[in-house]
Design a protein. Structure first.
Length: 129
C-alpha cells in the first residue's frame, strides 16, 4: 500500500506582538502561532478572587476579615477592597465574565461603583459609554 505525501513549504516568519507569537505570511497577513487559549482578564480574576474569599470567610474558617487578611498574608485594606467587588450588580458581573464590559472600565472604576446600589451602578456605566 503506497501513500502519497504532499509537502508544502510556506515562507512564514514567526514574530511577536505584545508577547504573543504570530505567523506573518508573505502578503503581510497575520495569524496566531498557537490557538487562542482563553485567559482570565484582570477584572475577571479580581471577581473570582473576591467571591472565593467571601465564601472562605462566610464558611466560618476565619473569625473576621482581619483574621483572614492576617492568615493569608494580605493587607486588610486590600482584602476589603477586593471583597467590595462582591457587591456589584449581577449584570455588570456577567458582562465582565463574558468579556463584554465597556472598554473604558477599569478595576478602580469597579471599586468606586460598589458604593452604589445596583440600579445606580448600571446607570453610571451607561453614562460613560
Amino acid at each position: 500500500m503506497e501513500t502519497d505525501t504532499i509537502v508544502i513549504h510556506l515562507s512564514l516568519k514567526p514574530r511577536r506582538r505584545a508577547g504573543r507569537k504570530y505567523l506573518i505570511a508573505p502578503d503581510g497577513a497575520t495569524t496566531p502561532a498557537m490557538g487562542e487559549t482563553p485567559q482570565l482578564q484582570t477584572m475577571q480574576k479580581a471577581l473570582v478572587r473576591a467571591h472565593r474569599w467571601r465564601q472562605e470567610i462566610e464558611s466560618g474558617s476565619y473569625d473576621s476579615i482581619t483574621d483572614f487578611a492576617r492568615r493569608s498574608r494580605q493587607d486588610e485594606a486590600y482584602v476589603l477592597r477586593q471583597l467590595s467587588l462582591t457587591f456589584l450588580a449581577p449584570t455588570i458581573v456577567e458582562a465582565i465574565l463574558n468579556n463584554a464590559q465597556p472598554r473604558y472600565l477599569t478595576l478602580q472604576h469597579l471599586y468606586n461603583l460598589t458604593t452604589l446600589i445596583w440600579g445606580e451602578q448600571e446607570t453610571n456605566l451607561l453614562l460613560h459609554e
